[in-house]
Design a protein around this ligand. Structure first.
Ligand SMILES: NC(=O)c1ccc[n+]([C@@H]2O[C@H](COP(=O)([O-])OP(=O)(O)OC[C@H]3O[C@@H](n4cnc5c(N)ncnc54)[C@H](O)[C@@H]3O)[C@@H](O)[C@H]2O)c1
Ligand SMILES: O=C(O)[C@H](O)COP(=O)(O)O
Length: 525
């Protein structure tokens, strides 16, 4: 039985769906705090949350955890990079609550335009302040939508009945697509200059944090309204504070740095503030709960990882090493001669890379086989190798060798007794550049695996490099970099060259014949 912990107010359909499927022991508890639940259920396989903060500490408390599912859209509350470093996938349920937020935006616009909240309070207290509550209409106004994803698009759709003009900004939005969705694509500054209402719908991340700032507020029309139902961090509150009164800006808000009771620092500038209610409809809660359960079942049963959001490089690992692992394995595959049947893959991860072996193996398997999808993760890579009948062995790296952060990939093919039945390639990253440092016995190469490269191995004798250079030149191919070491016996030489364009096989075969090569290959990195 796989344990699933749901420490949040989530529709019971999540639990019911998982239990009906079988194989799951679901623990749902919305009243205890996550930290104590995590240590009590340290054997949990999956965690389904809403806006609860999933920190490194929470992750460490559950050593069997494989997947965290955010029943909702925004996952800035989850330490996704730390999860990755522990080989844990994080998913969200995109779009499941989008309509609820779109309707909330319209509720806020109408409530503010017609003074619904203060007018109710005043009338309830026995006053008759009709003349104080002169409203305005939304119909015919210009509405700017920043972030034109699931919610942004639905805001535009739901507003269509008000005959508004919609301007949309989203870095991934083409003018044609915007038009198809009933909007006109516009730059961010244009939206702030032209719109009566501006609604924010992008995620909070390193790129968007604080992006809605003084420069933009200064461009707003007097009396225009800004609505934030996305995340607190994307809007600079102090910048808004400094301009709000002068420009008569209205500010309608649903989001805060922390979801908790207590005084809110933005209370002085928010004209309406709600307690993060965007997704809090019966329908959205059911949708997000149902999606969480079905996504978990698909993930466990079929390895469906379409909604995983943290398959980027783990915390603490320089992305260049991830690319290096792929390049080294790609070199092995090229030297082996394309799609030779592999028997054994061996790896050594030196230095700090020893901590990221699982992650790096995924890149290696993806480079060695087109049939493996690198978004699938470590367990899937192991399963894939098993299915293909390939053994895998990760050696404990010998730190006394002083290789720093380096990777060795060895691939043994089933082609008995060929010169390169076992191909071994080591590499590192120097000054941010990937370097192949060794191919089998040819050491200290320090050759960057980029572009198209040709490799020849031949019995060492004078004049061979000249022959290769001439033959490449005759084929219109220029050499842009090369190495030409001997092996330790001094008998064989390696010619490793980067060439201007991809050489066709005929040219390589012809050169191999001319120089009586022991090995010839052409690899495009
Ligand atoms: N208030 C709530 O209860 C509530 C509910 C759901 C979602 N949200 C928030 O709303 C956000 C959007 O949700 P969604 O379901 O529409 O997600 P989504 O992924 O469908 O859409 C987000 C859009 O933002 C765009 N984007 C990314 N960077 C941008 C940038 N710098 N400027 C402008 N646009 C940018 C993306 O291209 C994407 O189209 C979520 O990330 C979440 O933080 C809040
Ligand atoms: O990103 C989301 O999906 C919303 O902010 C909803 O958060 P909640 O599930 O905590 O209401």
């Amino acid at each position: 039985m796989k344990k699933v912990l749901i420490p949040t107010k989530l529709n019971a359909v999540a639990r019911e769906t998982l239990e009906a499927h079988g194989g799951y022991n679901v623990v749902q508890d919305e009243s205890s705090d996550l930290r104590s639940l995590a240590s009590e259920h340290s054997d949990a396989h999956a965690l389904i949350v809403r806006s609860e903060k999933v920190t490194a500490e929470i992750i460490d408390a559950m050593p069997s955890l494989k997947v965290v599912i955010r029943a909702g859209a925004g996952y800035n509350t989850i330490d996704t990079r730390y999860a990755r470093s522990r080989n844990i996938d994080v998913m969200n349920t995109p779009g499941a609550n989008a309509n609820a937020v779109a309707e909330e935006v319209i509720a806020l616009m109408l409530a503010d335009a017609r003074h619904v909240i203060p007018a109710d309070e005043s009338t309830r207290s026995g006053k008759w302040e009709k003349k104080n509550f002169m409203g305005k209409e939304i119909t015919g106004k210009t509405v700017g939508i920043v972030g034109f994803g699931a919610i942004g698009q639905l805001v535009a759709k739901r507003l269509a009945g008000f005959e508004v003009k919609v301007l949309a900004y989203d870095p991934f939005l083409s003018a044609e697509r915007a038009r198809d969705l009933g909007a006109t694509s516009a730059e961010l500054t244009e939206i702030f200059e032209k719109c009566d209402y501006i609604s924010l719908h992008m995620p909070e991340n390193d790129e968007t944090r604080g992006i809605i700032n003084k420069t933009l507020f200064a461009r707003m029309k007097n009396g225009a309204t800004i609505i934030n139902c996305a995340r607190a961090g994307i809007l600079n509150e102090d910048d808004l504070r400094s301009l709000k009164a002068d420009k008569g800006i209205r500010f309608l808000n649903d989001v805060y740095p922390k979801d908790e009771a207590g005084d809110k620092p933005i209370a002085d500038i928010a004209d309406i503030m709600l307690p993060h209610l965007g997704a809090s409809t019966v329908e959205a809660n059911w949708n997000a709960a149902h999606r969480s359960a079905t996504q978990l079942m698909g993930y466990d049963d079929k390895g469906i990882a379409s909604y995983v959001v943290n398959r980027d490089v783990p915390m603490g690992l320089d992305k260049a090493y991830s690319e290096l692992a792929f390049a080294l394995a790609h070199a092995c595959r090229g030297i082996a001669g394309g799609n030779k049947q592999m028997k054994l893959i061996e790896t050594s991860f030196y230095g700090d890379l020893a901590n990221f072996g699982d992650w790096l193996l995924v890149q290696i398997v993806a480079a060695l086989s087109d049939g493996f999808d690198r978004s699938l993760g470590f367990d899937a890579a192991l399963d894939y190798l098993k299915e293909m009948g390939v053994e895998y062995f990760n050696r404990d790296a010998d730190t006394s060798k002083g290789y720093g952060n380096s990777i060795t990939v060895d691939v043994t093919t089933s082609v008995d007794a060929s010169l390169f039945q076992r191909i071994s390639v080591r590499g590192t990253v120097a000054e941010g550049n990937m370097m192949i440092s060794r191919i089998n016995d040819f050491d200290k190469l320090y050759f960057e695996p980029i572009g198209t490269c040709v490799i020849f191995i031949y019995k060492d004798r004078p004049g061979v490099i000249g022959q290769i250079g001439r033959a490449l030149a005759d084929a219109g191919l220029n050499i842009s970099d090369m190495r030409n070491p001997h092996d330790p016996s001094g008998e064989n030489s390696l010619a490793l060259m980067r060439i201007s364009e991809k050489a066709d096989c005929e040219v390589i075969d012809k050169i191999a014949e001319q120089i009586d090569a022991l090995h010839a290959s052409c690899i495009t990195f």
